[in-house]
Every structure is written in structure tokens, then in C-alpha cells.
Design a protein around this ligand. Structure first.
Ligand SMILES: CC(C)(COP(=O)(O)OP(=O)(O)OC[C@H]1O[C@@H](n2cnc3c(N)ncnc32)[C@H](O)[C@@H]1OP(=O)(O)O)[C@@H](O)C(=O)NCCC(=O)NCCSC(=O)CCCC(=O)O
Ligand SMILES: Cc1cc2nc3c(=O)[nH]c(=O)nc-3n(C[C@H](O)[C@H](O)[C@H](O)COP(=O)(O)OP(=O)(O)OC[C@H]3O[C@@H](n4cnc5c(N)ncnc54)[C@H](O)[C@@H]3O)c2cc1C
Length: 603
């Protein structure tokens, strides 16, 4: 155990277990979480020491093995695999890999339970829940992702056979990106333009079988595969799919809201946007996911900064890098942001569950509001978390560039979230319409003679800025309100208040121009904010390691040599390097192949 970390933990002014329980929702919640997590951390199949030295194919193979182990574990422990089952959420939450269950449960099954009729749910949900089928959610195409109304895949109703014919009419209509589509899934919920009696009724959702359940071979008319290597998400076979007049029964159209009768008559839904519900759920989940990812990166960087000593500030005195104010200014706002986003994630899940039950009972009024806030917060938290995670990685210096750091994999897994489930710029624009000052700008542009679309596009930059400000304001307000509601001992409350004040003041400092431009604050007041930040950094310094300890991430989840709980960084780093496949032999074969000839040649 690193002496520096021991001292940090001894100096803490609050009880770490109390904060862990507070963040988990109480001691009983902590107990349940740790009990469930121990199932994963004590199962060797879920962990590979050489995970970051595998090829793409080996990594995919490993992810499918983990998928199978997870399903077996859930069956053995009688944990129902539903996105609204807390034990299931705890279980998948401690597996730091993207595995197929996420899309199968979070989008494929949830689309059917949200938009399928009773009969359709009775037929398909048990098959999905018992993993008799593996599903994904195939909406995005090669040429369209954001513009859902512009998707080109067609579903044409054939009255004589009472079937839909699914077709990819152009190369650009090829489904492209859906997770676990390329090799894993044998079914998909597919978004397609519905045609009946030669009329188009827009995007609707259809259950389509893609592969044979006996030998997993693609069915006739189905061309399917992996889209190739990516920036990250290397466990995921994001796929492509082309459909050549694939016939499905009429009953495979999700018909809780919109319907097509056997005679081919289209019956519209009360709200066309209910078809988009699966996207909203994932956006809500991504808010909490961003918080967890930033908390993980903060844990690694702050522990490492407490262990790392660098540069003499006085003869013979080499301080911890965590004592440098610049290091504190990098890391403590990330820690504060992770806490703020955690509270925002809790709010979003509670709000989603409340509105979701209203929507399920047919009350659709709050759908638009839920869409606006979930889109805005998804964009704001994923943008901010990815940037903050990279700040944490850089704060680890040279070792931050080694895969032994562990932050790279957190970053690579969060980075696509700024695009998937709605490209962030476009998502901001879904919350901006609620911000008054921007509306005034739009009205001014309209008065100048522009039409709505032109005015909207011209005001786009301000719209996005307004949406970011709106989300930031919401997160600060929710953070303070959440702290007020929590029972905490005075010592813990003092620490949490300092961190919350740091988050608020840091946000003002980061956006000082907006506060000056709007006349909301003067230069003098902004200087007070800067002074307050310095004071808060020194307050947080004493407890920073203890606060990240309270997140209670197991070393097996963090997979970080720099951020391990015992802080034994240098021995671990040396052993990790020695285990690298490149060091298997004293002399690498390339020597005899190439270098030796070079040495001998008469160049
Ligand atoms: C861009 C918009 C938001 C709007 O598109 P548009 O063509 O401009 O307009 P529209 O379709 O006629 O809609 C305008 C209207 O529809 C509303 N709306 C839009 N989306 C939703 C929603 N989700 N819930 C509830 N309401 C929604 C909007 O608020 C508009 O309402 P309004 O007419 O103003 O009252 C929408 O199409 C959209 O969400 N695009 C992003 C596509 C997306 O998120 N794709 C995700 C694919 S699945 C995925 O990435 C999974 C990754 C998971 C993983 O890998 O783990
Ligand atoms: C790792 C990963 C996993 C994914 N998984 C799935 C999945 O499981 N299922 C699925 O269906 N899809 C999936 N997707 C696709 C994802 O949902 C889309 O990529 C995403 O919705 C963005 O759409 P796009 O790619 O068309 O980007 P585009 O919209 O083409 O974005 C390109 C640029 O255009 C800008 N832009 C576009 N429209 C507007 C506008 N109206 N106003 C202003 N600017 C605009 C954007 O801001 C962006 O800067 C996945 C993608 C990734 C990266």
C-alpha cells in the first residue's frame, strides 16, 4: 500500500463509508450493490489480464463469452434481465465492456414492450427475456442517422398475403452502425418508411428475423456484416444490413399506437413521436453513464496524483503532484462534475420512469418535454464528460499515455456517446427551443424577412449555446437541491458543499464571457469567483482521495495500474510492461529478419 495514499486516507475529515452510502441511496443499497458486484468480480470468466493485448476478433470473441456468462449468471441467481430491474442494472454496471445485452434489452426489447400490442409482447418478450433470440435496434442508414424522417428502407404492405415486404432500395439505405448487428443478432427492430395502398405514412418499427435460429446463417434476402474497425467500442460488431424484398407477417409491425388492418388500412397514432421512445430511454441512461465514466477517470487521476511526486519545490522536498494548484484546477472540477452529473442522472431516471408510466397508459402530453430535457442533458453530459476524461488522462503525464493508465478505455467507450443516440449538436437543438432569449433572436430574424428554417439555421450557434446554458443551469440547480434533500453528518455536508460550490463557480469562470456579455456579472465579481475557486481547491485538496474512494470502484472494474486502490504504481507498471507480448523473447524475430542484414550490409 502506497504510504502517500495511506496518509491521504488518514487525513480525511469525513467518513468515506457514509459518502458511499449517500451516493448509493443508503447502506442497504450499498450492501445490495456490493453483493451483486461480487458475483462478477469473483467470476474469472469476466476478467482477462491480457484484454488490452488481444486482436479485434479475439476481443469480439471475449465479449460474446462475457455475454454468455452474464446470461448464465442471471439465470443462476434468478436476476430478471430488464432495464428497470435494479439488480440487473447493478450487474451490468460493473462490467466495463460494451456487450450485446445493452442493445438487446435497452432498445430491442424496450421497443417491443413500449410499442408492441399485448399479443406482440406476449409473443416476443419471453423469447427476448430468455435469450431464445438476440435482437438489436436498426434505424441508422449509410446516408441518414439524424434525419430519421429521411430514412430510405421501405416496408410495403402486400394485402393479398397480409405481409410487409422490407427492402433496401438504394446503397444509401443500407442499415449502418447498429450495435451487435454484424455478427451477433438474429433479429432486429427495423425503422422503415411504411407504405400501404401506395401511400407513405412515414417511419414505423418492424420486427425482422435476420438469421436462421438453427445455424445463424443470414436468411434469404439478408446481406449482413461488421462495418470494420472503429476508434473504440472494439467489443461491438456494429453492422451493416441490406434487405432484398424480405417478407414478414403483418403482425411484425409494432402496432400499439399506429396500425395497418389486414385490408391495408392505416390507423394513425395519437402522437407520431411515440415511435422514437427507445432513443429517449438510452439518452436518459447515458446521462448517468457519463457521470460514472467521469467518476472513474477522476478516481484514477486523483489517486495517481497523490502517489506521484515530482519536481523539488524546496531543497530535498518533492511534493505530490496533487499539491500543485494547477493539478487541482484540472482534476477537482472533474470530480465535482462527476458528482453533479450523478445527481442529474438520478433525476433523469426518476423523471423517465414517471413519464414512461404515463405514456404507457396512453397519456402522451409529457413526451415532448421528456424528449427536450433528455436530448439536452444527453448532449451536455456526454460532451462535458468526454472532455473531462481527457483532462484526467493528460493530468497523468507520460504514464497517462500508456494503456496501463486505464483512462483510454473509459474515453474510447464514452466518446461515441457524443454521436450515438443523437448527434449532440442536433440534440442541443431539441432543448434550445425552450429558451426565451433565443426565441427573441429567432423572432428578430423572422421580422427581417427570413422564413422559419432559414432563421433557425442562422441562429443555430446561439441555439446550441442557449441549450448548453439551459442544461448547465439545470444541473447546478438539481445538484444543490439534491444535496439539500440528503441526510448527512455536518463533516460530510461541509465537504460536499465545498465541492458543489466549486462546480458552480468553475462553471461561471469557464463561461465568464457569457456572464459579462449578458451584463449578469461585472469583471470585479468575476474576480471574486476566481478567488473563491482557489479557496475551494485548497478545501477540497485534503479530502480528494477519500471522495474518489467513496465512489467505491473495484480495481477489477477500473482496470487501471495508475489508479489501483493500493497505489503500488511502479511495481505494477514494471510487471505489466514485462508481460507485454512484445517481450515474450529476449530478441524479437525481426532482428534476424531485418536488422541483422542491415548491420551486415555495406550501405
Ligand atoms: C433530429 C430529431 C430529434 C428530429 O428530427 P426531424 O426530422 O427534424 O423532425 P421530426 O422527426 O419530424 O420530429 C420533430 C418533432 O418530433 C419531436 N421529437 C423528435 N424526436 C423525439 C423523441 N425521441 N421523442 C419525442 N419527441 C420527439 C420533436 O420535439 C419535434 O416536435 P415538435 O414538432 O417541435 O412538437 C430526431 O429525428 C432524432 O432524434 N434524430 C437522432 C437520431 C438518433 O438519435 N438515432 C439513434 C439511433 S439508435 C443509437 O444510436 C443506439 C446507440 C446505442 C448503443 O450503441 O449503445
Ligand atoms: C458507436 C456507435 C454506435 C451506434 N449504434 C447505433 C445503433 O445501435 N442503432 C442505430 O440505429 N444507430 C446507431 N448509431 C448511429 C448513430 O445513432 C448516428 O450516427 C447518430 O444518430 C448521428 O447521425 P449521423 O451519423 O447521421 O450524423 P450526422 O447527422 O450526419 O452528423 C454530421 C454532422 O452534421 C450535423 N448536423 C446534422 N443535422 C443537423 C441539423 N439539423 N442541424 C445542425 N447540424 C446538423 C451534426 O451536428 C454533425 O456535426 C451508432 C453510432 C455510433 C458511432
Amino acid at each position: 500500500m502506497s504510504e502517500s495514499l495511506q496518509t491521504e486516507r488518514k487525513n480525511a475529515t469525513f467518513n468515506i463509508k457514509e459518502l458511499t452510502d449517500t451516493l448509493n441511496g443508503g447502506p442497504e443499497e450499498t450492501r445490495k450493490r456490493k453483493q451483486i458486484e461480487s458475483l462478477v468480480f469473483n467470476t474469472p470468466a469476466f476478467h482477462r489480464q491480457d484484454r488490452f493485448q488481444l486482436s479485434r476478433e479475439e476481443i469480439y470473441d471475449y465479449s460474446i463469452k462475457v455475454y454468455g456468462e452474464l446470461i448464465k449468471l442471471c439465470k443462476k441467481e434468478n436476476i430478471e434481465i430488464r432495464y428497470d430491474n435494479p439488480d440487473y442494472v447493478r450487474l451490468v454496471g460493473c462490467i466495463p465492456e460494451e456487450i450485446p445485452v445493452g442493445l438487446h434489452v435497452g432498445m430491442f426489447s424496450s421497443s417491443i414492450s413500449d410499442q408492441g400490442t399485448e399479443e406482440q409482447q406476449k409473443k416476443w418478450i419471453p423469447l427476448a427475456r430468455n435469450f431464445k433470440i438476440f435482437g438489436t435496434y436498426a434505424q441508422t442508414e449509410l446516408a441518414h442517422g439524424t434525419f430519421v424522417r429521411g430514412l430510405e428502407t421501405t416496408a410495403t404492405y402486400d394485402e393479398s398475403k397480409q405481409e410487409f415486404i422490407l427492402n433496401s432500395p438504394t446503397i444509401t439505405s443500407t442499415k449502418w452502425w447498429p450495435g451487435f448487428l454484424g455478427r451477433t443478432s438474429n433479429h432486429a427492430v427495423i425503422a422503415a418508411q411504411l407504405y400501404t395502398k401506395s401511400k407513405c405514412y412515414g417511419i414505423h418499427m418492424f420486427i425482422v428475423q435476420l438469421r436462421d435460429l438453427k445455424d445463424h446463417k443470414p436468411l434469404p434476402g439478408v446481406t449482413i456484416g461488421d462495418i470494420g474497425d472503429k476508434f473504440g467500442f472494439d467489443t461491438v460488431d456494429n453492422g451493416f444490413l441490406r434487405l432484398d424484398n424480405v417478407h414478414i407477417p403483418r403482425e411484425n409491425m409494432l402496432m400499439k399506437y399506429a396500425k395497418v388492418t389486414p385490408e391495408g388500412k392505416y390507423l394513425p397514432p395519437t402522437n407520431a413521436k411515440v415511435a422514437y421512445s427507445a432513443m429517449t430511454l438510452i439518452r436518459v441512461v447515458l446521462v448517468r453513464g457519463s457521470a460514472k465514466a467521469l467518476a472513474s477517470a477522476s478516481t484514477i487521476a486523483i489517486r495517481y496524483s497523490a502517489v506521484r511526486h515530482q519536481t523539488e519545490t524546496a531543497p530535498g522536498k518533492e511534493p505530490q503532484v496533487l499539491d500543485y494548484v494547477t493539478q487541482q484546477y484540472k482534476l477537482f472540477p472533474q470530480l465535482a462534475t462527476a458528482l453533479a452529473f450523478g445527481f442529474a442522472g438520478n433525476y433523469m431516471i426518476d423523471t423517465f420512469n414517471k413519464i414512461h408510466s404515463e405514456i404507457s397508459s396512453g397519456q402522451l402530453d409529457a413526451l415532448s418535454e421528456l424528449h427536450g430535457i433528455s436530448s439536452g442533458l444527453k448532449a451536455y453530459t456526454t460532451d462535458t464528460a468526454t472532455a473531462g476524461i481527457e483532462v484526467c488522462r493528460r493530468a497523468c503525464g507520460g504514464h497517462g499515455y500508456s494503456n496501463a493508465c486505464g483512462i483510454q478505455h473509459i474515453y474510447a467507450n464514452v466518446l461515441p456517446c457524443v454521436t450515438l443516440e443523437g448527434e449532440n449538436t442536433v440534440m442541443y437543438l431539441q432543448a434550445a427551443s425552450k429558451v426565451i432569449s433565443t426565441i427573441k433572436r429567432l423572432e428578430q430574424l423572422r421580422r427581417s424577412g427570413m422564413d422559419q428554417d432559414e432563421a433557425w439555421n442562422t441562429a443555430g450557434i446561439e441555439l446550441v449555446q442557449a441549450a448548453k446554458a439551459h442544461c448547465h443551469y439545470f444541473i447546478v440547480k438539481n445538484y444543490l437541491r439534491s444535496l439539500e434533500k440528503l441526510n448527512m453528518t455536518p463533516s460530510l455536508r461541509k465537504v460536499m458543499n465545498s465541492i458543489a460550490l466549486l462546480y458552480g463557480n468553475y462553471g461561471i469562470d469557464e463561461n465568464a464571457g457569457d456572464f459579462l456579455e449578458s451584463g449578469f456579472m461585472t469583471g470585479e465579481q468575476l474576480n471574486l469567483v476566481k478567488a473563491k475557486i482557489l479557496q475551494l481547491l485548497s478545501e477540497v485538496r485534503r479530502n480528494a482521495v477519500a471522495v474518489v474512494d467513496a465512489f467505491d470502484f473495484d480495481d477489477k472494474y477500473l482496470r487501471s495500474i495508475l489508479g489501483a486502490y493500493d497505489g503500488d504504481v511502479y511495481n505494477r507498471l514494471y510487471n505489466w510492461a514485462k508481460s507485454s507480448p512484445l517481450n515474450k523473447t529476449e530478441v524479437h524475430s525481426s532482428y534476424t529478419e531485418y536488422l541483422q542484414q542491415l548491420l551486415k550490409s555495406k550501405l
